[in-house]
Design a protein around this ligand. Structure first.
Ligand code: SF4
Ligand code: SF4
Length: 612
C-alpha cells in the first residue's frame, strides 16, 4: 500500500509552482522586488544561455551584463524554484533564439548520467519537443557542468570560459570549471585574470591573525560605511579551520552601485597586512593592482621597514608601483594602554587611506562605534580607544620607495626537505594557501589522507615560548602532560649521546629510581609548534627561591630563541625513545616519556588535546 500512499501527494506537487508564484507576487507588492519561478536576464536574442541557481547566478548575471556590452549575445536563466520543476514556466522564460545551453550544478552525482538540474532541463526540453513545443526552431543543445563544490571559487573568468565553450560546434558535456582535472580531462581552461568593470568599486583585502580583532574591525567598517553613507558594502571573510592563531583574510567591497560579486577579490586596490609574518610566508601582494596601496603593520622604525622586507616583496612593490604605508601598531597600542589589541589602530589607518569617506567623518564614526562597543566596560576603556585613534594618525607614514630591491632572498619552501613526498607536493601547497591550484591527480581517489603531517607545518605563531630551567626542575613532567598541543617532550638517555649536542642543548641528571646513574634527562620544546598558551608555566609546581615570580619553566620571547631551539629540537628527536616497556605506565610522570600518538594539534591556542 506504500505505492498508492505515495501517489496521494501528486496534486500538491502540481499546485506548488502556482502557489509559489503567488507568494512571489505578494512579496513584490510588499517589498518591490519581483521574482519568478525562472528569471531570464540578458540579450532577448541570446544564442547561448547558462542555467543556474543559487549565489553563482549573480556571478553569471554580472558577466552577462559585461559581455553583452561587447558584441556577444548571451543570457542567464536563474532558477528560483527547482522542484517541482515547472516545465511550462521554464520554456516560457527561455529566449526563442537560444541554440546552446550550459546547465551548471553545484554538486556531483557519481555514476549518474548528469547532475540534477541538468537532467531536469534535458527532460524539460525533450518533453516540450515531444508535446509539439514550437518555440525553438530546433531543440537547443544542452550540456551540463559542475562548479563551486564545497565553496570553490566561481568567478567571471569561469563564466566567460563556459560561454566560450558554448560557441564551439560541439561543446564539451559533463565538464568541470574551476579546477584542473588531469585524470579524466573534464575541466575547461579559464583566464584567472579576466575581470569586469571594477574601477568604481573599492576592493580591499585585509590579512590578519585569527582572534587579533581584524575581522571584527572590518565588520565594523562595513557598518560605518554601509549605514552612514550612500555606498553599498560587501564583506567576505576567509577563515582557516585552525581558527584562532591562524590567518584570516577579509575581502571588502564598497561602491555607489549595487555590488553583485559573490566571489573573492583577486584585484585589490588596497591590501592591509596586520601581521608582518605573513609577508614572509604568503603572497600578500599577489592580488594587488598597479599603483595599489599596501598598509603594513611592522614593528620597525619607518626608516628600517624597506630593508626588512624580503626581496620578492620589494620587487612586487617596485614592479606594480605600490604605495607603501606603515605603522608600528603594537607600539601605539602599548603607548595608549591598549595592550596587544591593534584592531582599532589598523581600522583608523584604513579609513585614513582608503578614501571611501573623508577621514574626519570616518574618525568620528569610529569613535561613535567605540562608545557603542566599549561604553558598558567603562569610561577608561573608551578613553584609551580614543587615544589610540588619535595617536594612530601621527604614527602612520608613507615610505619613500628606493629604486632597487635590496632585501634578502627568502627560502619559500614551507616544509623541510626531509618531509615525505605527499607533504612536499600537496600539504605544502595547502599550507601556503595555494591548495585551490592542486590538480585532481594530487588527491588519493579513495579519499584517504596521510596522517602525522602537522609536524611539518612550522606555524611560528607564538610571540613567547617556554624556556626550561634544568637546575630547579623536579622532573614531574606535569608541563608535558598539560600541553594541549603536544609540543613538550622529555627523554631519558645515556649521557654519552650528548657528544654531538648543539651548544644550547640543555640536559641534567635523571631523577628517580627507574633510571640508572649515568642517565640524563632533557625537557625539550618544539619552538615553532608551540602556540604560546602558557598552560605549561601555569601548571609547573616549582618556584625559583631566588625570584618567586619565576618557575622551572618560563615564557620568553620566541624570535631570539627560534634558531637555537630548532637545532636543539632536531637533536632531541634523534635521541632514542624511552622503550615503552621500560617505565611502569601507572602515573603521569612516566607516561610523559612515551612518544605521542597525536601531537602538534593546530587548534585554537590552548584548546588542543594530545594523546600519550
Ligand atoms: S606554551 Fe602552551 S603550547 Fe607552548 S609548550 Fe606551553 S603548554 Fe604547550
Ligand atoms: S612542570 Fe616544571 S618542574 Fe615539572 S617537569 Fe615541567 S618544568 Fe619541570
Amino acid at each position: 500500500m506504500f505505492f498508492q500512499g505515495r501517489e496521494t501527494s501528486n496534486p500538491y506537487y502540481s499546485a506548488a509552482p502556482e502557489i509559489v508564484q503567488t507568494a512571489m507576487n505578494k512579496f513584490a507588492e510588499t517589498v518591490g522586488r519581483q521574482y519568478h519561478l525562472f528569471d531570464y536576464i540578458g540579450d532577448p536574442k541570446a544564442t547561448r544561455v547558462i542555467i543556474i541557481m543559487g549565489s553563482g547566478a549573480d556571478t553569471v548575471h554580472e558577466t552577462v551584463d559585461f559581455l553583452n556590452e561587447t558584441d556577444e549575445k548571451v543570457g542567464v536563466l536563474k532558477v528560483r524554484l527547482f522542484r517541482p520543476f515547472a516545465i511550462n514556466s521554464f520554456i516560457k522564460a527561455l529566449p526563442e533564439t537560444v541554440k546552446n545551453i550550459a546547465v551548471l550544478d553545484r554538486t556531483k552525482e557519481p555514476g549518474s548520467t548528469g547532475e540534477p538540474l541538468y537532467l531536469d532541463v534535458v527532460t524539460a526540453l525533450s518533453e516540450d519537443a515531444q508535446n509539439g513545443g514550437s518555440k525553438f526552431k530546433a531543440i537547443p543543445t544542452a550540456v551540463g557542468g559542475r562548479y563551486g563544490l564545497s565553496s570553490k571559487e566561481f568567478t567571471p573568468g569561469m563564466v566567460k570560459s563556459v560561454f566560450d565553450e558554448l560557441s564551439k560546434d560541439k561543446p564539451k558535456n559533463h565538464f568541470t570549471i574551476g579546477i584542473m582535472d588531469d585524470i579524466t580531462y573534464t575541466s575547461l581552461a579559464y583566464d584567472p585574470e579576466f575581470t569586469l568593470h571594477e574601477e568604481n568599486v573599492f576592493r580591499g583585502m585585509f590579512y590578519g591573525l585569527g582572534a587579533d580583532g581584524t575581522v571584527g574591525a572590518n565588520k565594523n567598517s562595513i557598518k560605518i560605511i554601509g549605514e552612514g553613507t550612500d555606498f553599498n558594502a560587501q564583506g567576505y571573510f576567509v577563515y582557516d579551520s585552525k581558527k584562532s592563531g591562524s590567518m584570516t583574510v577579509s575581502h571588502l567591497r564598497f561602491g555607489k552601485d549595487p555590488i553583485r560579486s559573490p566571489y573573492l577579490i583577486n584585484h585589490a586596490n588596497f591590501v592591509a597586512c596586520h601581521q608582518i609574518g605573513f609577508i614572509n610566508t604568503h603572497d600578500v601582494l599577489g592580488n594587488i593592482v598597479a599603483q595599489g596601496t599596501l598598509l603594513l603593520n611592522a614593528p620597525y622604525g619607518h626608516d628600517e621597514v624597506w630593508a626588512k622586507l624580503p626581496k620578492n616583496v620589494q620587487k612586487q612593490i617596485l614592479d606594480k608601483k605600490v604605495k607603501l604605508y606603515t605603522i608600528d601598531a603594537l607600539k601605539v597600542a602599548k603607548k595608549t594602554g591598549m595592550g596587544v589589541r591593534i584592531n582599532t589602530i589598523m581600522q583608523t589607518c584604513f579609513f585614513a587611506l582608503c578614501g571611501v569617506i573623508p577621514s574626519e567623518a570616518a574618525i568620528a564614526s569610529i569613535k561613535k562605534a567605540i562608545e557603542k562597543t566599549y561604553g558598558r566596560q567603562g569610561e577608561e576603556i573608551v578613553k584609551k580607544n580614543f587615544q589610540a585613534v588619535d595617536e594612530t594618525l601621527a604614527n602612520l607614514k608613507e615610505i619613500k620607495i628606493p629604486a632597487v630591491a635590496t632585501g634578502i632572498e627568502l627560502n619559500l619552501d614551507v616544509v623541510p626537505d626531509a618531509a615525505p613526498d605527499f607533504v612536499k607536493k600537496v600539504t605544502a601547497k595547502i599550507i601556503s594557501g595555494k591548495g585551490d591550484s592542486l590538480p585532481v591527480s594530487a588527491f588519493p581517489p579513495d579519499g584517504t589522507w596521510p596522517t602525522a603531517t602537522s609536524q611539518w607545518e612550522k606555524r611560528n605563531i607564538a610571540s613567547e615560548i617556554p624556556a626550561w630551567d634544568p637546575d630547579i626542575c623536579i622532573q614531574c613532567n606535569k608541563c608535558a602532560f598539560v600541553c594541549p598541543h603536544g609540543v613538550i617532550r622529555m627523554k631519558i638517555y645515556d649521557e654519552t649521546l650528548l657528544k654531538n649536542a648543539p651548544e644550547t642543548f640543555k640536559a641534567t641528571k635523571a631523577r628517580g629510581r627507574e633510571w640508572e646513574g649515568n642517565e640524563n634527562y632533557t625537557l625539550q620544546i618544539a619552538p615553532e609548534d608551540c602556540t604560546g598558551c602558557a598552560l605549561c608555566v601555569e601548571v609547573c609546581p616549582v618556584k625559583d627561591k631566588t625570584d618567586t615570580k619565576r618557575k622551572a619553566i618560563n615564557m620568553v620571547p620566541q624570535t631570539p630563541l627560534r634558531d637555537s631551539e630548532r637545532m636543539s629540537w632536531d637533536f632531541f628527536l634523534k635521541l632514542p625513545e624511552v622503550e615503552r616497556s621500560r617505565p611502569k605506565h601507572d602515573n603521569v610522570k612516566v607516561l610523559s616519556f612515551c612518544n605521542r600518538f597525536l601531537s602538534f594539534q593546530e587548534h585554537v591556542r590552548g584548546a588542543g588535546k594530545h594523546r600519550m
